[in-house]
Design a protein around this ligand. Structure first.
Ligand SMILES: [Zn+2]
Length: 586
């Protein structure tokens, strides 16, 4: 990190040497301030999926409560933040002062300033070289690439522009207006009989596709044996809000966030209530993050009949998961009307935690502060991945306890259990760690298990595994199995997995704080990466760039074609999938 900062300082100094002397003092001052800013940005990003400018925007919006939560989530205390800001101001001030002080002694105001800055650049480049030679932890090209890609909002603009293979004109299909939504919901037919048992809908943080396996998660794996598994389940995107949005709103994350007028919450949950289910939320996450709670459960969380929130309890995520699953078991054991229990578990999010009573099975594992270091050695990386698998195994032990309770009461067969991740998690498969940085399969594929109750199982095709599913398909599948009929296709963009293969799934890349612009369409075997040029106005007709075709492992395919051939390929492979949510001028 020091060497990376030195590189930045030397670059800034070189630039400063070429600008007029008056401006150079300011550029030199900024040069001292930029590296700590970039460093802080990288730290904040890996902790809470947000870049520093987003944090700054929040701090300025005067929502004191949200600001306090945000600061708590970063783990930065107020004194450290104040010191950091003073440090930056001091850095800028010192650069300006030194430059002016030394400049005053010279009779010629231009040449010495430039010579001085060139010296500074040369010294810091030498220092970089020395660090590089001294330690493998200094600037390796892989570490630099990772760092550069973890701060895309600052460095992407300075880097080379990615050349599109082709572009076509598109617009996002506008969502139905509220009166039209109500009219179509009224036309949906729900059976008059009581709803078929409880639905336990578990959303696990950062659960990558291969995390659910007989070795790591025996309990979840056994639930999968009794239900439907999916070979390739594609999340709504590579961050929490996109994953949850696709799962519950049954729409691509390109629609996130919904318009402020859209206060009714997720249509699928509104239909589930019409079917007769209560909706109870038990969460170890703070679901007010990115306003997920109101986006999914409506204004004032009106769709939720009960809300158990451990998301702000001052204990580790693992302890919060434990509290949530204990509460879930208690509620499930009490006599109650049929309910959908939405359960959010958090221990599997970075930094990956488990309760002190749990013996982590995968060793050696990294310490809890692994995320503030750069791991370059293979053994260090294995230790971080082991820590993640240990956290997954811990959450599996909670699921095991819960399922054992259902079995003891004879309630297992009448329970529907959904296990799904909100997005994946990368361990350097493509050079990066964690999630939210690239729409690769490792960050966007998740496990998906749906174990139907006896009543839901009847007369439907639950053959398993299904080759492909989108997070958007989960609720259409549950509602279909529960006998809900009518034109659901107009209300939900996913489709029932019980009615045949799903079409290729969209999955969006984080564009912090704003609507996503870059996304992939993924059919499990191959994908295409696309980008809207004006994602902030997605309903306006605009250019969409075709960035590349990839195979299942994200290796580029189909090199060397003409632009029109790429458009034909796009239409041939993914046309029907795109047409579901885009108006395309082919
Ligand atoms: Zn997440």
């Amino acid at each position: 990190m020091i060497a990376q900062s030195a590189l930045i300082v030397s670059t800034v100094a070189l630039v400063a040497a070429l600008v007029p002397v008056r401006a150079s003092s300011w550029v030199a001052g900024l040069g001292l301030a930029v590296p700590p800013l970039l460093y802080a940005d990288a730290l904040v990003l890996i902790r809470i999926d947000r870049h520093l400018p987003a944090v700054a925007a929040l701090l300025m919006n005067a929502h004191a409560d949200e600001n306090r939560q945000l600061l708590e989530a970063t783990g930065i205390d107020l004194r450290a933040l104040a010191l950091f800001l003073v440090g930056i101001a001091a850095g800028v001030g010192a650069g300006v002062w030194f430059d002016r002080k030394l400049g005053d002694r010279s009779s010629d105001r231009t040449r010495p300033a430039r010579r001085r800055l060139l010296c500074l650049a040369a010294v810091s480049l030498l220092a970089t070289g020395a660090l590089e030679a001294e330690s493998p932890h200094a600037v390796s090209s892989a570490a630099w690439a990772r760092f550069a890609r973890s701060v895309p909002q600052l460095l992407e603009a300075a880097g080379p522009t990615r050349r599109a293979l082709a572009s076509i004109r598109v617009a996002l299909r506008p969502p139905l207006a509220a009166p039209e939504t109500s009219r179509r919901m009224d036309a949906v037919v729900t059976p008059g009989d009581p709803p078929p048992g409880d639905v336990f809908f578990f959303v696990l943080e950062s659960l990558r596709a291969d995390a659910v396996s007989p070795a790591t998660t025996p309990a979840m794996w056994r639930v999968g044996d009794d239900g439907l598994r999916v070979d390739a389940a594609v999340s709504g995107g590579n961050v929490t809000q996109y994953g949850w949005y696709a799962l519950f709103a049954s729409r691509p994350a390109l629609y996130w966030p919904p318009s402020p007028d859209d206060t009714g919450g997720a249509i699928a949950l509104r239909i589930a209530r019409a079917r007769g289910w209560r909706i109870e939320v038990l969460t170890a996450n703070d679901l007010s993050y990115m306003r997920l709670d109101e986006t999914i459960f409506g204004a004032s969380r009106a769709l939720a009949d009960a809300w158990f929130d451990a998301g702000r309890d001052p204990v580790s995520p693992a302890e919060r998961d434990d509290r949530v699953v204990r509460e879930l078991s208690a509620r499930a054991a009490q006599p109650h009307p049929p309910a959908v229990f939405v359960v959010a578990l958090d221990a599997t999010h970075l930094p990956y935690t488990w309760a002190s009573s749990f013996t982590p099975p995968f060793v050696p594992y990294a310490g809890p502060r692994h995320y503030i270091h750069v791991q370059t050695e293979a053994s260090e990386r294995v230790a971080v991945a082991n820590r993640y698998r240990d956290a997954v195994a811990y959450d599996d032990s909670l699921v095991a306890r819960f399922v054992a309770g259902l079995r003891d009461r004879g309630a297992y067969d009448d329970a529907t259990i959904v296990l799904v991740g909100d997005h994946g998690e990368e361990f350097w498969e493509h050079g990066l760690v964690s999630h939210g940085s690239e729409p690769c399969g490792i960050q966007t594929h998740v496990p998906l298990v749906i174990k139907p109750s006896r009543a839901l199982r009847a007369e439907s095709d639950w053959s398993s595994p299904k080759p492909l599913a989108s997070g958007m398909d989960v609720w259409p599948t549950l509602l279909d199995a529960a006998g809900v009929r009518g034109d659901l296709g107009a209300l939900l963009m996913g489709s029932s997995l019980l009615r045949g293969p799903t079409s290729a799934a969209p999955s969006a890349n984080q564009r912090y704080w704003y609507r996503p612009g870059r996304f992939v369409i993924d059919d499990g075997r191959r994908k295409v990466e696309l980008e809207l040029r004006n994602p902030d106005d997605p309903f306006e007709m605009q250019e969409m760039d075709v960035l590349g075709f990839r195979d299942a492992e994200d290796a580029p395919t189909d090199a060397g074609l003409t632009a029109s051939a790429y458009v034909s390929l796009l239409r041939e492979r993914f046309g029907p999938s795109l047409d579901r949510f885009l108006v395309v001028q082919w």
